[in-house]
Design a protein around this ligand. Structure first.
Ligand SMILES: [Zn+2]
Length: 308
């Protein structure tokens, strides 16, 4: 059968999925070998693709990578040790008859959620992933917005505080991801729990996670609620700014922190409207639906629908 393969390259592992049309029929996961500036990664991916294929005929490869991409060129990917290069030509040399599409990983996930998941009925929406960091992707008029240097949708690095309080891995201070990611929630919890009467203090440093804070907040722990409110405040601030620029139909919230579910969505929606410009009134807030498979779904879709 004819198939496409969606590949999602992450800093720790690489996910691959084989698709018959829209249907995911087989998955594979391999470790990311970052040795020698990541020079083995693509060969490992090629080997995995060949193994996944079995007797099927390969029509296309869609690939998501954790760095900025413009027109199929990687503009640098520190996470993997990669510099700037024309990745599409390298894949093309190995698979000359196959369609290739290379995307930023958050953008691949955005297309996945738009084609199959939480963003399905929207022509314009913003995917917000709340994980170890904060990522995002933007669809406007059924098209992915990559930006002139591949930076559209990098909402994790919106500046949401002043005073150089929290340093970000990007080199700037007070980026949204320092407050609204799982990591950011833990930092805030450790600031606010000191000397306070809260169940957070019953746990060891390693046990204090974003999930724990949200669980305690749902039980009514006052300090945990303050931590959540601070996270929601910063996130709503960031999203209200995004709204004033593109006024999307919806924000679709994914990533590990989004497992807090409707509790998070309800608080976020309420806070968002208290910050957003008054004409912004019909913005939906929804949970993402594809989890960590959004990337392979989106990469595979994008190679079959190059118009996206
Ligand atoms: Zn940053």
């Amino acid at each position: 059968m004819k198939c496409t393969v969606g590949v999602d390259i992450g800093g720790t592992d690489i996910k691959l999925g084989k698709f018959y049309g829209d249907e995911l029929v087989k998955e594979m996961r391999i470790k990311t070998n970052k040795a020698d500036k990541g020079k083995y990664i693509l060969d490992d991916v090629f080997k995995a693709i060949d193994e996944l294929l079995e007797k099927d005929e390969l029509e296309g490869i869609g690939l998501g990578i954790p760095g900025p991409v413009v027109d199929g060129h990687i503009l640098g990917c520190e996470n993997l040790g990669w510099g700037r290069f024309d990745i599409t030509s390298i894949i093309k040399a190995k698979y000359p008859k196959v369609k290739i599409k290379v995307l930023n990983d958050a953008n691949a996930a955005t297309i996945g959620e738009w084609a199959y998941g939480g963003g399905k009925k929207y022509s314009s929406f913003v995917l917000v992933t709340l994980g170890t960091g904060v990522g995002g992707g933007v669809m406007v008029g059924n098209h992915l917005v990559e930006g002139v240097s591949g930076s559209a949708g990098e909402i994790g690095h919106l500046k949401v505080n002043i005073g150089n309080v929290r340093k970000c891995a990007c080199g700037l201070f007070d980026c949204l991801e320092q407050y609204a990611s799982a990591t950011g929630v833990v930092i805030t919890a450790n600031e606010l729990r000191i000397g306070r009467n809260t169940k957070i203090n019953d746990y060891s440093d390693e046990e204090i996670t974003s999930k724990l804070v949200f669980d305690l907040a749902k039980e009514g722990d006052e300090v945990a609620l303050e931590v959540v409110d601070e996270m929601i405040h910063k996130l709503a601030l960031g999203l209200s700014i995004v709204s004033s620029v593109i006024n999307p139909e919806a924000f679709v919230i994914g990533g590990g922190v989004s497992k807090a579910g409707q509790f998070l969505i309800d608080k976020l929606e309420k806070k968002f409207y208290s910050y957003a410009f008054y004409t912004i009134e019909n913005t939906d807030f929804k949970l993402a639906e594809l989890g960590n498979k959004a990337g392979i779904y989106g990469a595979s879709y994008a190679v079959r629908h190059q118009e996206v």
